[in-house]
Design a protein around this ligand. Structure first.
Ligand code: PNS
Length: 165
């Protein structure tokens, strides 16, 4: 029987506990889940694609069937290459929906073999976003609650500012 492969795409700039929760919940539903760092042309990232990939790899090291990759092209093209049956996205709020709905319909047109599945975020992570994490870190705030502990220092080293007296 064919392996059931799902793709979890995103900017992951950086990966948060909200992303990790979605990955943990999606992984058992498939034989393989590939978390892929992609380009969102509407966003300017603070970390390179490779840096984001390494942070995800550290964060998912304990989940057996999860792989991590980078791809600088269309998501529909990537799902075709990997023979994936599903795209996994997390939904936080109604405000995410219109954009995600448009992307899901477009991806379905580009690759009719793949379904987009939405997982609702857990209540604890409703408010959480990578941009919020970057902002807090850049102002030397405490991001412990928001990011996987294994990448806490990587983020702070990059984004925090030297303290002035
Ligand atoms: O975490 P994000 O920024 O919401 O993720 C968006 C992402 C990267 C998944 C999306 O921008 C994407 O799929 N980029 C790859 C190019 C592409 O296929 N664009 C969508 C065409 S409908």
């Amino acid at each position: 029987m064919n392996k059931r492969v799902a793709i979890c795409p995103g900017s992951f700039d950086p990966i948060t506990k909200g992303h990790l929760d979605i990955i943990h919940r999606a992984a058992p539903m498939f034989d393989e889940l590939i978390v892929v760092v992609m380009t969102n042309h509407a966003k300017k990232c603070s970390f390179t694609a490779d840096e984001r990939r390494v942070m995800i790899e550290k964060s998912v090291a304990d989940i057996k069937n999860v792989k991590v990759d980078c791809y600088d092209g269309l998501l529909a093209e990537y799902t075709e290459k990997k023979n994936a049956c599903a795209i996994i996205k997390g939904l936080r709020a109604v405000s995410d929906f219109e954009y995600e709905f448009q992307m899901a319909l477009t991806n379905k047109k580009l690759n009719p073999k793949v379904e987009t599945l939405f997982l609702t975020t857990s209540a604890d992570n409703m408010y959480l976003s990578s941009s919020m994490v970057r902002l807090i870190a850049s102002m030397n705030g405490d991001i412990t609650e928001f990011v996987p502990s294994v990448i806490h220092d990587d983020i702070m080293q990059r984004l925090s500012k030297p303290k002035k007296d």
